[in-house]
Design a protein. Structure first.
Lengths: 436, 137, 223
């Protein structure tokens, strides 16, 4: 025997009009790729970049691991494509001050460094704000121990020449991985990629790692290539000891190929340079962005995707998508796959120009609402608002007044509601009903 | 007393409990005779009042089939449910109803066997416990 | 707003013992907001009471009603027809609502279902704290917007007592010292000089309820 908790409603939910306008937060490679693809489809795109230049974290990269192209040249081409594209508008020095409304009636207030404020009304927002890098602790004294991005720069500067560092020739290089960010594969990928280039320049190369992480497309192949070219790989479990010798730097690890711990000997690798992967961390501004956009923050202050069982580019709010390093630091190829996934999702959402709710939708009976904000606080999808009170609130900038945004009670936005019914169950006035 | 067949009201989250039920049916697994099923879009939809009302209007036991924690399609649903079940149990203690009459059981969509086993065990447990004296038949 | 919490269940059961048909009246305002006596909490209490009474073989019939605000006479008036059908009223509104019903239904026994606790604000979902004691003579302009009457255990008007340590109160260690808060906030506002002004002792007998219940009359509004 079945009972049902849904109430049926005869009137179909009103479709919500969606203009082909998209706001992209962040002008890194992910933001730019999404912008280019969407603009090609005729979508009006605004990129809000917090800095004064486009490119983001990829400005530190010069080599792809999976193709011979130069990252900077590729990015330069991408930027000039964007500049020639009439559908794309770039705001530099931009900060999102407010994001009101829901899918179909988002109102974004963006302030740029020139003091100008613009109100945008995008149908979808893509967050691609990336992450930040910090120098690893071991690099603090700056002698013969450098970061991966500095190595990248050295390699790019000495294309066909022998490698030099501070005017001295570099013959032997040791990479130490997994000192920080033990859970990401960027360090493995960068180290193997750079090791192969160094071997081609005739350098002796060793890679010291806790665990090599090869779970990105083509990395196993690259690893094999590095082995064939004579790159040495060592595994450690106790962190390596780095010490300066007369004219070099030595890395000592315990030889883990011997199974019995007490029989292990210390292997000392003497090099001209030691390369350490920088620490990748969430941008501290992400938390503020989460607050403004009502998005979920995950551990460590990254942006949290919606239920991990679904597409990882979906946020907890309908119409807001996440891609790239703001979710999790990852290699360029994977960030770009996410960018393409977002493009597909945005195109699917905007197709037809309307959104019609398909799931059950909660509805508040305004006369019963006590405006206690219980539902507003507990909705996991930030789909409920009490906008009339927000509008009256003298502490916030007055929103544009129109009948549609003046409510005297909580209101579930049908476009943003996922139909879970949490609000229905929490409402102390029993003022909310879930309609099928 | 030997003829007492406890009535169980089972709330089933449509993301996990309901598919598990369908699987149990497909496998023709044993189910308690006196069972009422209430599908809900998410276990977060279940009000504390539903749990009490079920007991008041005739259930000897109430079971909620919800998704595993941190696995809710709506992120917070089963977390909210957990605190509501806690609140309902506090009220039941005040009334003098046994805590065993209300339980959350986490299932995955493919847990048909667990679904049926849990209900059969619950029915046995309730049979020993005897009828819910608070119900208004 | 007014904050309240439900009375112990046994207490309610005890005073309802002589009756077998009652009206449970909630309130759609303050007690709904603090999850103590709105439609849902009322229904939960009603369900629990029915089961508890059924269990001891003395069924209790409960009619439920939740007006938008129990403290207005018009809402009370709407209950007139129902009152004749019950032996007693259990009101889960604040003490004001209980008395509004008591004034309107002189012949019906009425019981409170909640303890009206304080005037407070929501500090987090599910957490409320006292902020105002309705003393009748607001001094918040002198104390950086933090009330020492409501938030200092000793209601000190001119600085903390010697029991303030590490910003906490000696009476309740988990509570912030109101005067620490006042000092910190005044300092960050650059208004420390305001604290040098002596706040005179309160005239409790004039503005506050020491001389009996207070009354506000607006002649212009009277009809």
């Amino acid at each position: 025997m079945y009972r049902t908790v849904y109430k049926s409603k005869t009137a179909a939910p009103a479709p919500i009009n969606l203009k082909p306008e998209v706001l992209i937060m962040g002008g890194g490679i992910v933001g730019m790729t999404v912008a280019r693809e969407l603009a090609r489809e005729g979508v009006q795109v605004v990129i809000a970049e917090k800095g004064e230049t486009l490119g983001g974290g990829a400005r530190d990269l010069h080599f792809f691991y999976d193709r011979p192209a130069d990252v900077q040249k590729w990015m330069g081409d991408l930027i000039s494509t964007l500049e020639g594209e009439g559908n794309i508008h770039v705001l530099k020095g931009a900060k999102l001050k407010r994001l009101d409304g829901q899918l179909g009636r988002f109102q974004a207030l963006v302030r740029t460094s020139d003091g100008m404020e613009r109100t945008l009304s995008p149908s979808a927002v893509v967050v691609a704000t990336g992450c930040i890098t910090r120098p690893a602790e071991a690099m603090s004294d700056g002698s013969r121990c450098i970061g991966s991005s500095e190595m990248e720069k050295l390699l790019a500067e000495s294309r066909d020449l022998p490698l030099t560092w501070k005017g001295q020739p570099v013959k032997t290089v040791t990479f130490i991985l997994d000192l920080t960010n033990d859970d990401i594969k960027i360090h493995t990928v960068n180290a193997i990629k750079q090791a192969v280039i160094l071997r081609e320049k005739g350098c002796q190369v060793a890679v010291v790692a806790r665990d090599l992480k090869v779970s990105a497309s083509g990395i196993e192949l690259l690893y094999r290539q590095a082995r064939e070219k004579g790159v040495l790989f060592f595994k450690y479990d106790e962190p390596p000891v780095v010490s300066h010798t007369g004219d070099g730097i030595s890395v000592e690890i315990s030889d883990m190929t011997v199974l019995r711990k007490e029989e292990r000997e210390t292997v000392s690798l003497l090099s001209d340079l030691v390369i350490i992967g920088e620490t990748f961390a969430a941008d501290p501004e992400t938390l503020e962005l989460c607050r403004v956009m009502k998005l979920r923050a995950g551990t460590g202050g990254v942006l949290m995707e919606d239920n991990p069982q679904f597409l990882r580019v979906m946020s907890n709010r309908r119409g807001i998508f996440l891609a790239g390093g703001c979710r999790f630091p990852q290699v360029i190829t994977e960030s770009l796959s996410e960018a393409h996934a977002v493009v597909q999702e945005v195109k699917a959402l905007l197709r037809g120009g309307v959104y019609t709710p398909v799931n059950p939708v909660a509805e508040v009976d305004p006369p019963k609402c006590a405006v206690c904000y219980t539902c507003v606080r507990l909705c996991p999808h930030a789909a409920i608002g009490v906008e009339r009170y927000g509008d009256r609130n003298i502490y916030s900038a007055p929103a544009e007044k129109n009948g549609d945004t003046l409510w005297g009670a909580a209101r579930v936005d049908p476009a943003a509601c996922f139909g879970c019914g949490i609000c229905v169950a929490e409402c102390p006035a029993r003022a909310i009903t879930l309609y099928q | 007393m030997s003829t007492f067949e406890p009535k169980i009201v089972a709330f089933c989250c449509e993301q996990s409990g309901l598919p598990a039920l369908e699987m149990a049916k497909t496998l023709k697994l044993k189910m308690p005779d006196n069972l009422e099923l209430v599908p809900v879009p998410c276990s977060g939809r279940i009000e504390t009042l539903y749990l009490l009302k079920a007991l008041e209007s005739g259930a000897d036991g109430v079971v909620v089939f919800a998704c595993y924690e941190e696995n809710c399609q709506y992120l917070q649903g089963n977390v909210r449910l957990k605190s509501r079940v806690g609140y309902a149990k506090q009220i039941m203690t005040k009334i003098g109803l046994e805590g065993e009459r209300l339980e959350i059981f986490h299932v995955a969509t493919n847990s048909g066997v667990k679904f049926s086993e849990f209900l059969m065990q619950k029915a046995d447990q309730l049979r020993l416990l005897g009828p819910n004296l608070g119900k208004i038949a | 707003m007014i904050k309240a919490e439900q009375k112990p269940f046994e207490e309610i059961l005890e005073y309802l013992a002589p009756y077998n048909k009652i009206l449970l009246s909630g309130c759609g305002a303050c007690v709904t907001v603090c999850h103590a006596g709105g439609e849902k909490e009322g229904a939960l209490l009603a369900s629990a009471l029915r089961m508890a009474r059924q269990k001891i073989g003395k069924p209790l019939e409960i009619l439920e009603s939740t007006p938008a605000r129990q403290c207005e006479p018009e809402f009370a008036q709407e209950l007139s027809d129902t009152i004749g059908r019950v032996q007693a009223i259990l009101s889960v509104s604040c003490g004001v609502g209980v008395q509004t019903l008591a004034r309107h239904f002189p012949a019906t026994q009425i019981f409170p279902g909640v303890n009206t606790t304080f005037l407070g604000e929501t500090v987090a979902h599910g957490v409320w704290e006292e902020r105002c004691q309705a003393c009748g003579d607001c001094i918040l302009e002198k104390t950086a917007g933090i009330c020492p009457i409501a938030r200092c255990a000793k209601q000190l008007l001119n600085g903390p007592c010697g029991g303030s340590s590490n910003g906490k109160c000696e009476i309740k260690r988990e509570t912030d010292c109101a005067w620490q808060l006042i000092y910190d906030r005044s300092k960050s506002l650059g208004q420390l000089h305001r604290l040098t002004e002596i706040i005179p002792a309160k005239q409790w007998g004039v503005q506050s309820r020491d001389s009996g219940p207070r009354r506000i009359v607006r002649e212009d509004l009277k009809v």
